[in-house]
Design a protein around this ligand. Structure first.
Ligand SMILES: *Cc1c(COP(=O)(O)O)cnc(C)c1O
Length: 421
């Protein structure tokens, strides 16, 4: 469920017409709904109750500090994968005790900054990383709380670029070697073992791979406890999928996910941590764009938008589908025509959709890409020297620009001419 609905013939974000924002900010822009973000976070809280739990928002899916503050103020923790994301969480006022540091290649500098600034736990992914973290912690005179990310070797049955839990993926340590790795962790002077971490992929539309993985984590918890380790926290990662089309997909609901977590892990008495990104942010955002031209090609019509592959990367990178709707509500029964929806970038890959049935649109009309809140703005870039797309947050009947579109001056100023040129 989201809060992007037609009212009086215009698509609204909560109480604000997207066309009003477009008139104010220009297009393209991302727009997020505070009520939708809040609702999705709360769904996870309800699903995990009454287990002791922390819902850590995966910042990489949507990292604007205003969004982080909104979720942080509700009590959310944050899952970060870089120093930049750590600093964003801190800038949003999230205390270190609610920040989890994930990622396969943390540098010593990142470890130091997080240890000094406060951290709930590091999810470590290799033995060399574990040794480096111990050294950094010892040099600061502290102990680094850790969970080891185990790779359970299950098939997440999702897009190959976002599956992370098979043995051939770069993530985590093979679960078969976990006891050995925990034994070394316990011997390292700078580490304190607090739990186990697992994350098997993103956009999972079936609970079964999760259940297989969590069953293996349950077995491992008992084995590690028998070896004398304190396992009091289980971090289950993120990855629950969302419906990208209104019609045919029905991924599991957070409530079903929570029930499965209770069934597989509830008896262990551990604190449960999860790291959802997409399910909180995905359907909380849209990308709004204007039609520049309608071009009649050979046997097909092109809708040329002012948004492009650099603003929303997912279609060109993953072949992902986004529903595209007209911001002005089409009359009931109005005719549709198939359009190839493209951006202005000089790449054939700059295609959002092929032969997509849309109402008869004309120059200047607005369209909205749905489900664009996750892995949208965060993956945007300035290819073709197109200014980074701005972000807007709506709450009730007001909106605010939470990241401005840079001016061309600002963009050009970043390039420096060497003296010898
Ligand atoms: C990407 C990622 C997440 C979030 O995944 P979603 O599919 O957005 O829920 C959580 N944890 C880790 C370690 C990740 O890499």
């Amino acid at each position: 469920m989201d809060h992007f609905l037609y009212r009086n013939g215009h698509l609204h974000a909560e109480g604000v017409a997207l066309s009003d924002i477009a008139a104010n900010v220009g297009t393209p822009f991302y727009c997020y709904s505070a009520a939708t973000l809040t609702r999705h976070y709360q769904l996870f809280k309800e699903a995990l109750a009454p287990m002791d739990n922390l819902v850590c928002f995966a910042i990489k899916s949507l990292s604007n500090v205003a969004v982080l503050k909104l979720l942080g103020d509700l009590g959310a923790g944050m899952d970060v994968v870089s120093m930049g994301e750590y600093l964003r969480a801190k800038a949003a006022g999230v205390p270190g005790e609610r920040i989890v540091f994930s990622g396969v290649g943390k540098t010593r500098e990142e470890m130091r900054v997080a240890l000094e600034g406060g951290i709930r736990q590091f999810n470590v992914e290799s033995e060399p990383e574990m040794r480096a973290l111990s050294e950094v912690a010892v040099s600061l005179g502290v102990k680094a709380p850790i969970a080891v990310r185990v790779n359970p070797d299950v098939d997440a049955k999702t897009h190959e670029k976002i599956a992370t839990g098979k043995s051939e993926n770069k993530f985590g340590i093979p679960i078969a070697r976990a006891r050995e790795v925990y034994a070394e962790a316990a011997r390292l002077p700078g580490l304190e073992v607090v739990g186990i971490d697992v994350h098997i992929g993103s956009q999972l539309v079936d609970l079964e791979p999760f259940e297989q993985a969590f069953q293996k984590v349950a077995d491992l918890t008992l084995a590690l406890r028998a070896d004398g380790h304190t396992i009091r926290r289980l971090d289950l990662g993120g990855g629950l999928g969302i419906p990208y089309t209104r019609s045919n997909e029905a991924p599991p609901l957070p409530l079903d996910y929570g029930a499965m977590v209770k069934r597989t892990l509830g008896h262990l008495g551990c604190e449960i941590e999860i790291e959802p990104g997409r399910l909180i942010s995905g359907n909380s955002g849209v990308l709004v764009s204007s039609v520049i031209y309608v071009k009649n090609g050979e046997g097909r019509d092109f809708l040329i938008l002012d948004a492009a592959m650099n603003d929303l990367v997912r279609p060109s990178m993953y072949g992902a589908h986004h529903d595209i709707v007209a911001v002005a509500e089409p009359a009931p029964g109005a005719p549709t025509v198939p359009f190839d929806v493209v951006g202005p970038v000089c790449e054939t890959g700059d295609t959002f959709a092929k032969a997509r049935d849309l109402p008869l649109l004309a120059e200047g009309d607005l369209v909205a890409f749905r489900s664009a809140g996750a892995y949208g703005a965060v993956m945007a870039n300035e290819y073709n020297t197109r200014p980074l797309v701005p972000e807007v947050l709506v709450k009730d009947d007001h909106f605010a620009v939470i990241r401005e579109r840079p001016s061309y001056d600002e963009i050009l100023k970043r390039d420096k001419l060497p003296e010898w040129l």
